[in-house]
Ligand binder design. Structure first.
Ligand SMILES: CSC[C@H]1O[C@@H](n2cnc3c(O)ncnc32)[C@H](O)[C@@H]1O
Ligand SMILES: [Zn+2]
Length: 438
C-alpha cells in the first residue's frame, strides 16, 4: 500500500482532460497538496492507504472553477451603482466611492468577503485586479484561496499610488514580498486602453517579458469607449495595444465584447486569451461577446464574474449557464459551447490564460488538488444522464458541497472551513455605514 494524505471517492468525476470524459466510481489520491492518481475506486482503495478517506456517493467531483476576472474588494460596493452604463457607472458612482474609501483595510475586508463567497461557490482560483493588491494577497492567504494578483497601472492618483510609475513600483514590491507563496502569483494589470498611456503600456509589455507573467486588461468593453479612443488615437484600441507590444499569448483581454473579424483574427494569431464576463456585460448593457467566433478561431476563453458592483454575484455556475445560452442564442447555433466545453472554459480555459495549466484546471496527476464537489441528489438534479450537463445547465452554487485548494479542505458539507462568516457580515455592515455616512 502507498501512503497518501487523502483519498476522495466520488460517484462521478469530470477530469476535464481528456476532453468530454465522465468517470463513474473513481477516486482521487492526494499527497503534499497534489493529485497523485485518478483511478477506479476499487483499485485506488486497494492501492492507497490514506489518512483521510472522503466518500462522495451522490456527487460529481471536478477541478475547482477559475474566475478569470474579478475585483474582489468590490463586494463592499455591491448594489451601490446599479442600472448604469459603464462610463456613468465608473465616473459618477464607482470612482468617487473608491476615491473616498479604498485603502488597505477596505481592500482586505472586501476581498475576504469575496474569497468566502467564491470558495463557497466552488471557485478555487481568482485573477484579481484592484488597488492595494497586498491587502488582497493577505485576504486570499487567510481564506486559503489561490489567486493571481494584478500589479495594476492607471494614470490617475489614488490612496494607493500617485502615478503609473508609483503603481508599478508598489505592485512589483508586493510581488517580491509574496514570491514564496505557492497559492499566489502575479500578473501585470493595466486598467484599460482609455486610462493608461503609451509610455506605461510599453513599459508593461517589457516587464511582462522580464517577469514572465500575463497581462490582464479591460479591452473593447463598450462601443462608446472604442469610439472615444479612435477619436484620440486614430486607431482602434486593440490595434494600438498591438503596436505597443501587448497583444501576445500573455494578454488576457477582459470583456472583448466588440471585436471585428480582423481583431478576432489578431487575437487568434497572437495566441491571446479572452476573459468572458457575460453577466457584467449584460448588466452594464455593454453587449454580448462573440464567443462562438472566438472558439471557431481557436482563441482560448476563460470565464470571469467581474466585480460584485457590476454583476452583482461572484458565481461561476450562473456565468457558465449564461455563457452557454448566450453563445447559442447569439450565434443561432445550438451546438456551440456545449456543457463539456463550457465547463472546460471555466476551469482549464482560465488556468491556461493565467499560465497555470500545468498546475491547475484539470485532474491530471502532478497538478494541485484544487477540487470542487457538487451534490447531485436533489429533486432538481435527478435523474442525471450527464454530469457535465447538470453542472452547466442545472446546478447552482448552492449545490457545492466540498472544496479543496492544494489538498486543503476549504468547504465541507457546504460549510466554509476556517472563515468566520459572522465576523465578515459585521464587516460588510460596518463598511456600509462608512460609505452611506460619507
Ligand atoms: C485599477 S483597479 C481596477 C479598477 O477597475 C474598475 N472596474 C471594475 N469593473 C470594471 C469594468 O467592467 N470596466 C472597467 N473598469 C472596471 C474598478 O472600479 C477599479 O477602479
Ligand atoms: Zn473588470
Amino acid at each position: 500500500m502507498q501512503n497518501v494524505d487523502t483519498l476522495i471517492v466520488a460517484a462521478q468525476v469530470l477530469p476535464i482532460e481528456p476532453e468530454g470524459v465522465v468517470l463513474t466510481d473513481h477516486a482521487v489520491a492526494i499527497s503534499g497538496g497534489k493529485i497523485v492518481a485518478l483511478a477506479p475506486a476499487a483499485q485506488a482503495l486497494a492501492t492507497y492507504s490514506a489518512k483521510s478517506v472522503v466518500r462522495l456517493d451522490r456527487h460529481v467531483l471536478m477541478p475547482g472553477l477559475v474566475n478569470l476576472h474579478c475585483h474582489a474588494a468590490m463586494t463592499l460596493m455591491r448594489g451601490l451603482a446599479d442600472d448604469l452604463p459603464l462610463m456613468a457607472w465608473l465616473q459618477d458612482r464607482v470612482w468617487p466611492v473608491e476615491g473616498k474609501h479604498v485603502g488597505d483595510d477596505f481592500v482586505h475586508d472586501g476581498s475576504l468577503i469575496a474569497a468566502a463567497e467564491m470558495l463557497r461557490g466552488g471557485i478555487t482560483c481568482v485573477n484579481d485586479m484592484y488597488f492595494f493588491p497586498g491587502a488582497t494577497a493577505r485576504a486570499m492567504l487567510r481564506a486559503g484561496m489561490r489567486a493571481t494578483l494584478g500589479i495594476i497601472a492607471i494614470e490617475f492618483p489614488s490612496a494607493y499610488a500617485a502615478d503609473a510609475a508609483g503603481y508599478l513600483a508598489k505592485g512589483l514590491a508586493t510581488r517580491e514580498a509574496y514570491l514564496g507563496e505557492s497559492t499566489l502569483s502575479f500578473c501585470l494589470a493595466p486598467h484599460a486602453p482609455y486610462t493608461v498611456g503609451d509610455e506605461t503600456l510599453r513599459k508593461i509589455a517589457t516587464l511582462a517579458e522580464e517577469l514572465d507573467v500575463p497581462i490582464h486588461m479591460h479591452v473593447h468593453e463598450t462601443r462608446d469607449e472604442i469610439a472615444q479612443e479612435v477619436e484620440r488615437h486614430k486607431v482602434r484600441p486593440l490595434w494600438r495595444l498591438r503596436g505597443l507590444g501587448l497583444v501576445s499569448p500573455r494578454l488576457i483581454a477582459v470583456h472583448a465584447v466588440h471585436l471585428d473579424d480582423s481583431e478576432l483574427d489578431l487575437l487568434a494569431r497572437e495566441g491571446a486569451s479572452v476573459a468572458h464576463c457575460p453577466a457584467s456585460n449584460l448588466k452594464l448593457a455593454s453587449g454580448i461577446a462573440p464567443v462562438a467566433a472566438m472558439l471557431a478561431r481557436g482563441i482560448n476563453v476563460g470565464v470571469g464574474t467581474d466585480g460584485a458592483a457590476s454583476n452583482n454575484r461572484l458565481d461561476l455556475f450562473s456565468e457558465m449557464r449564461l455563457a452557454s445560452l448566450l453563445a447559442k442564442g447569439a450565434s443561432g447555433e445550438a451546438r456551440v459551447l456545449d456543457a463539456h466545453a463550457t465547463l472546460r472554459m471555466a476551469t482549464l480555459g482560465g488556468a491556461r490564460a493565467l499560465g497555470l495549466d500545468n498546475a491547475i484546471g484539470s485532474l491530471l496527476p502532478g497538478k494541485w488538488a484544487d477540487l470542487t464537489a457538487v451534490e447531485l441528489s436533489s429533486l432538481e438534479t435527478l435523474p442525471c444522464f450527464d454530469a457535465a450537463s447538470h453542472i452547466a445547465y442545472v446546478a447552482g452554487r448552492e449545490h457545492v458541497s466540498h472544496v479543496w485548494v492544494g489538498g486543503e479542505a476549504r468547504v465541507t458539507e457546504g460549510e466554509l472551513i476556517g472563515i468566520d462568516v459572522a465576523t465578515l457580515k459585521e464587516k460588510a455592515l460596518w463598511w456600509k455605514q462608512r460609505i452611506v455616512q460619507a
